[in-house]
Design a protein around this ligand. Structure first.
Ligand code: FES
Length: 63
């Protein structure tokens, strides 16, 4: 995945930005990612992708 690819078109947040925030701030939930990056806070269309990123990086997702 190209880190510059946009994951959240509503807020123009890239995969790289979300990944960096998850790793550096030890984000655990979709809500954490929204608070840290604004990704997923508008239409919600990217939430599934954010979920997959949390799962990939953390091994699980806290709901
Ligand atoms: S695409 Fe992320 S909230 Fe709409």
């Amino acid at each position: 995945m190209n880190p510059d690819t946009i994951i959240c078109t509503c807020n123009e947040i890239s995969y790289g930005e979300v990944e960096k925030a998850i790793r550096e701030q030890q984000l655990k939930t979709i809500e954490d990612v929204g608070d840290a990056t604004t990704a997923g806070t508008m239409c919600g269309g990217c939430v599934d992708e954010i979920y997959l990123m949390l799962e990939k990086i953390n091994g699980k997702v806290e709901l």
